[in-house]
Design a protein around this ligand. Sequence first.
Ligand code: 5AD
Ligand code: FES
Length: 354
Amino acid sequence: MKTFDMIEKLANTRNLSDNELTALLQSDNYDNELFSAADKKRREIYGDEVYIRGLIEFTNYCKNNCYYCGIRRDNKNAVRYRLTKEEILACCDEGYRLGFRTFVLQGGEDPYYSDALICDIVSEIKTRYDDCAITLSIGEKSKESYKAYFEAGTNRYLLRHETANNSHYRKLHPDDMNLQNRKQCLYDLKEIGYQVGSGFMVGSPYQTTEHLIDDIRFLQELQPDMIGIGPYITHEDTPFSSLESGSLLLTLRLISVLRLMFPYALIPATTSLGTIHPQGRELGLKAGANVVMPNLSPVKVRRLYTLYDNKICTGEEAAQCRGCLERRVASAGYRIVTSIGNAKKENKQNAGIS
Ligand code: 5AD
Ligand code: FES
């Protein structure tokens, strides 16, 4: 099929065969048309608006040992920290002043934060700021725990599936974790009523194009509201320290494919994208992303939340990141808005699903 036909088919039907997806992902013949089709689609639905989320990385303790991650349990070089409830609330106060209306509380899987403590923090933020959305990103929990966080006022939950292919999953994780449980968590979150985000790393060790197609097919089944993808970046204190990082270009291609398949999705231009290339986030926006997530964590801990090497924004204050991103988003041709930034819903009658 000719380039134009294939991208038009993707834009119109929100789907392609495995062979067609393989061609799009593996060849550099399609890039310009792919990126501009994705940008056209995002502008139809979201105009030039970019939503901002204030990210608070509140603990880097983690009971898991994922081979790719810098805060894995066995990394004895990681200097661990936890933020108190008061410190988290201070980040929100500062964030609110800077125009943030979504707070993302992210951390390792840290049992120190009991369900009661998480609920207490969430409901206090909600009491102070009833015009804000709260997003949690604290890993795999029981359905009961997810229900409790939801009832306390949490609106959204981010849990990347990381890879939807079982044998690939086994290469990235030790035996005490499994893909089925992770997928179950995502379905539980959806059933409870959360706006759910999933996603995966691009170019993680041993990843093939077939695995990426499995990721896309899983997302088609899950139909998440948010899709977070970013390049895998090597961390020197992990078992994968000698393996290569993922590529900018493949990440951009995937952002565009996902924008065309999920026109209404909230897709961030991630910090990891900004880390592998100085203009990575701007390029991500131009390829179809519509969210940025600057850091609101206190500067004293930023350096310590190192999932991967050379992470950007570890020396800056919240206000500096906010201003920096404002300029970067404008330079890419978009505009930061300070609304709560829910996903737009489509009129089902007009859905072009084949
Ligand atoms: N490189 C890029 N992303 C990573 N993550 C974890 N480790 C790395 C790494 N080395 C991602 C995972 C996780 C998210 C919070 O960060 O996808 O879900
Ligand atoms: Fe943090 Fe640019 S976004 S310094």
